[in-house]
Design a protein around this ligand. Structure first.
Ligand code: ATP
Length: 324
């Protein structure tokens, strides 16, 4: 096994709060272990174009509390081709970089797996995505902050909904996964939550809305963006059924990605950053560091990217029981 002296870290795919805490942990753990650490700007795009800069302890000072990623992130079409990946390999070889740590989601790990296969470069991954849709970790970096952002926004919408006796349909992020919708729905007392993993029983939702009329003056329906119908259609259907209701649609959009990472995301990113550098030094490669039941565990990329269904049916039941 080749001794690792120089490592590089990059953030890739969609940005997620806590990525900076992850970068900081990798850089400082590297320095702690007498490694030279580089930062790659704009994910795989920067790897292909050679945008790679040395990092020191100071370069990651005062970033743990900042959202986004100081290294920036991008989606790279070039890295999807063999030629692009070859160019990336030549760039890291020029700088003597022996290993990489990539922070991102399933696309990032798919690209990393190909890179390892073709060029024999040790790579470890950290789960950085607000969607929490990776296997091999209970929570991904960014998810906790994102759901707290949603909860904060929905609480504010509830105030105005209550004052005007309105029904609000609120669309939240989650193209393939309803995890943001489900947890934020429970914690904001939503009357219904619609997610891509489950078929919608409109009759049941309409009955629930009708039944709750006596007890409530506001109603909140949370819809994941990947839901088969989407927020707009759901709002239209409610209007059709209850023409006397004042129905409004609110699409939360990109505010869900930003903001200061929560304590949980900072600690998660710090733990996984330390574990990733130590894992590389122990000879690990092709795996994602995650936290399962409070313990750091490594999961091969090909297993981590499997879209396992993390929807706990008990949580969907809770929404129904508590929405009387
Ligand atoms: P998020 O969950 O936030 O979307 P992600 O890591 O899944 O994050 P993607 O845009 O899917 O985000 O992937 C990030 C990058 O990984 C892509 O821009 C591309 O460069 C690389 N990548 C994705 N799929 C492949 C693939 N099949 N082969 C090679 N590289 C890939």
């Amino acid at each position: 096994m080749k001794t690792i002296k120089n490592i590089a870290v990059l953030t890739s795919g969609g940005d997620a709060p806590g990525m900076n805490a992850g970068i900081r942990a990798v850089v400082r753990t590297g320095i702690y272990n007498n490694l030279n650490v580089f930062g790659v700007r704009r994910g795989y795009d920067g790897l292909v174009k050679g945008e790679i800069v040395p990092m020191d302890a100071k370069s990651v000072a005062n970033i743990i509390q900042r959202g986004g990623t100081i290294l920036k992130t991008a989606r790279s079409e070039e890295f999807k081709s063999y030629e692009g990946r070859k160019q990336a390999y030549e760039n890291i070889k020029k700088l003597g970089i022996d290993a990489l740590i990539v922070i991102g989601g399933d696309g990032t790990f798919t690209g990393a797996s190909k890179f390892i296969e073709e060029f024999d470069v040790p790579i470890l991954g950290m789960p950085g995505t607000i969607d929490n849709d990776l296997a091999g970790t209970d929570f991904t970096i960014g998810y906790d902050t994102a759901i707290n952002t949603v909860v904060d926004a929905v609480d504010k919408i509830r105030d105005t909904a209550e004052s005007h006796d309105r029904v609000f349909v609120i669309e939240v992020m989650g193209r393939d996964s309803g995890l943001i919708a489900l947890r934020s729905g429970i914690s904001t007392g939503a009357e219904a939550v619609l997610i891509p993993e489950l078929n919608v029983d409109y009759d049941a939702i309409m009955k629930r809305l009708d039944k709750s009329r006596k007890n409530k003056s506001s109603r909140i329906i949370i819809v994941a963006e990947g839901d088969k119908e989407g927020g707009e259609v759901v709002a239209d259907k409610i209007k059709e059924n209850f023409p006397h209701y004042d129905v409004r649609l609110s699409i939360l959009g990109h505010i869900q990605r930003g903001g200061r990472p929560s304590c949980m995301d900072r600690v998660l990113a710090s733990r996984l950053g330390v574990a990733s550098v130590e894992g590389l030094l122990e000879g690990r490669r092709g795996e994602m560091a995650g936290l399962i039941c409070g313990q750091v565990q490594f999961t091969p990329f090909n297993k981590a990217i499997k879209h396992i269904d993390k929807i706990n049916e008990n949580l969907t039941r809770i929404v129904e029981i508590l929405s009387l």
